[in-house]
Structure formats: structure tokens, C-alpha cells
Design a protein around this ligand. Structure first.
Ligand code: C5P
Length: 306
């Protein structure tokens, strides 16, 4: 049997997503607080004659099983930087919602970097892996790091954020995904209607001190009150049915709710495990989402588990 390495990697929710104006390069400056939650993909890497990808799990049919997959691009990038052939079979066991605003594709890329680095005995430093991750996508460096971190630049410049204790989350998974570029474009369109979407028109994004204090103090009620997502109006514009999902979770007693990243997954914060279970039950009964997931966080970033 050939050796294989399995890496477990978490999904994220942005508890704050402050979006600046559109930059000349098309990206938006961010001040975002990434929060890693206990929904995981697992990526297994094994030696092979050539680079290939297979995917299993709900929604697997919506994930490209070819070189365009971000995990395959991660393996190819790492190999190219070290002058070796990307001779690896990647198998992705998907549990993170696809195109759901929880950075599942970015997570798989981070896992592929960690797995291939170990498989090929490269021994990259965390900083070297983070630099490659940033080339692959704005959310990939955070999937390596996990925990809670402030993301600046386009989200790739990370500073760990201190957190006390654990928070209880409920996620309402929608039917079908949303395209991240489409949501940013809609955000720009809405801003243009109000006066402008450029860097000179929109205030520079900044981390919310109340949100950082809530995380530091382990204060779920304060965190719930401070949750914020500048992409939410755009996601709701593209998918108006999310308003009913958000209302169903709030009516059921969630202490905070927001669209996760660019959506369409909706995230609900609960006071404790019992409240999370009752919010989840109410959401499932509401008929406003496809699936409900209950979890806690923060959790660690991409980790070798076998
Ligand atoms: O970096 P990543 O490839 O994940 O970004 C996907 C798309 O999301 C970008 O092409 C861009 O349209 C949008 N984006 C943005 N500003 C960011 C991050 C992403 O406009 N800070």
C-alpha cells in the first residue's frame, strides 16, 4: 500500500466583514474577523503517476474533479515552486457547504498544501505555506491558521485574535450557492446607487472594538450584537429568500444572525448548546433552508489527522 496523508480543515464564518471600496485590481480592502467552526472537509493525498482529484459527499457533483479545483492548483503551485512533478492523487471528502460562503474550496486548497508538503517531505515553514496560500485565494491563509483572526488587505494578511471559551453556532445551508465575485459586484452596484463604490467613496474598513472585546471576554450576547457583514445586503439582493431564513433563526431565539461571507449560508449564534439545538430545530421546521448544522468554535486550522 502506498503511503497517504489525510488533512482535516475547517470552514469559516466571518463574524465581521467590513468591505472597503473597490481597488484598482478589482479586489476590495477588508477588515474581516475570520472564525473557524467545526464543520470540516478532509483531503487525502497519495503518490500517483499524475495529478488527479476525486470528490465525495453531498454536493460533490458541484465540485470540479479536474485541474481547475483549487486543491489541485495548490498541489501544482507547491510542486512548481520546488521544481518537482505534482504526482499526487487528491481525494476530498466534503462536508463544508459548497459555494456557501464558508470557504470550503479555500479550505481544501489549504489542506492540499499541508498534505503535499508532508508527502513530498518539503518541510515548508508556516510563513512559506501562508505565502503560497495567499497566491491561491484571499481566504486560503486563514484555513491554514484557524482559530479567530483579523484579516486585512484582501483578507490574506492575518493577525490572530484572542478568544475566551467556545461559541455555539447554527448554520442554515441554502439550496444552491452564490458566486463570490457576483456578490461583490452587487455590493458595488448598490454602493454606486448611493454615491460611489470606489476607495475614495467608501470609508476605510476597520475592526470593531466591541466585537474584539466580546471575543476576548467570551461574551456570546455581546458577540451576537456586534456581528456584521457588509456583503449581506448584496447577498439578500441576489437571494431575497434569505431574509426569511434570517428571521426564522432570530424568531427561534438566536442571539445574533448574519449571512456567512458572501452567502448564501446563514449563521446563527446561540447562548449555549441547548439554545443551539432549539434554534436548529426551529430552522429545520421553518422550511427556509435545505439543511441545518450545529457546531462550536473556534477550532484549529488545517491539521494532519492520519
Ligand atoms: O481571492 P479569491 O480568489 O478567493 O476571491 C474571489 C473573488 O472575490 C475575487 O475575484 C473578487 O471578485 C472577490 N473578492 C474581492 N475582494 C476581496 C476578496 C475577494 O473583491 N477582498
Amino acid at each position: 500500500m502506498s503511503p497517504s496523508i489525510t488533512v482535516r480543515v475547517p470552514a469559516k464564518v466571518n463574524v465581521q466583514l467590513a468591505v472597503g471600496g473597490r481597488r484598482a485590481d478589482g479586489y476590495h480592502g477588508l477588515a474581516t474577523v475570520f472564525f473557524a467552526v467545526g464543520l470540516y472537509d478532509e483531503v487525502t493525498v497519495a503518490p500517483a503517476d499524475r495529478l488527479s482529484v476525486t470528490v465525495e459527499g453531498t454536493d460533490a457533483q458541484h465540485v470540479p474533479a479536474d485541474p481547475s479545483n483549487l486543491a489541485a492548483r495548490a498541489a501544482a503551485l507547491l510542486a512548481a515552486r520546488h521544481g518537482i512533478e505534482p504526482s499526487v492523487r487528491l481525494h476530498i471528502a466534503k462536508d463544508v457547504p459548497v459555494a456557501g460562503g464558508m470557504a470550503g474550496g479555500s479550505a481544501d486548497a489549504a489542506a492540499a498544501l499541508v498534505g503535499c508538503d508532508a508527502l513530498w517531505g518539503i518541510g515548508s515553514s508556516p510563513a512559506e505555506l501562508a505565502a503560497l496560500a495567499a497566491e491561491l485565494g484571499s481566504d486560503v491563509p486563514f484555513a491554514l491558521l484557524g482559530g479567530v483572526a483579523l484579516g486585512e488587505g484582501r483578507g490574506e494578511l492575518l493577525t490572530p485574535v484572542p478568544v475566551s471559551g467556545s461559541f455555539h453556532w447554527v448554520f442554515a445551508v441554502a439550496d444552491g450557492g452564490l458566486s463570490t465575485p457576483a456578490v461583490y459586484t452587487e455590493c458595488d452596484r448598490l454602493r454606486s446607487l448611493r454615491g460611489g463604490a470606489g476607495e475614495d467613496d467608501v470609508p476605510a474598513p476597520a475592526a470593531d472594538p466591541a466585537l474584539l472585546a466580546a471575543l476576548r471576554d467570551g461574551d456570546a450576547v455581546a458577540l451576537g450584537a456586534a456581528l456584521g457583514n457588509d456583503l449581506q445586503a448584496a447577498a439578500l439582493g441576489l437571494r431575497p429568500s434569505l431574509a426569511a431564513t434570517l428571521r426564522a433563526g432570530s424568531d427561534a431565539g438566536a442571539i445574533g444572525s448574519l449571512v456567512s461571507g458572501s452567502g448564501p449560508t446563514c449563521a446563527f449564534l446561540a447562548k449555549g448548546a441547548e439554545d443551539a439545538a432549539s434554534v436548529a430545530g426551529a430552522l429545520a421546521a421553518s422550511g427556509t433552508c435545505r439543511e441545518v448544522r450545529v457546531t462550536e468554535g473556534p477550532v484549529s486550522g488545517a491539521t494532519v489527522v492520519g
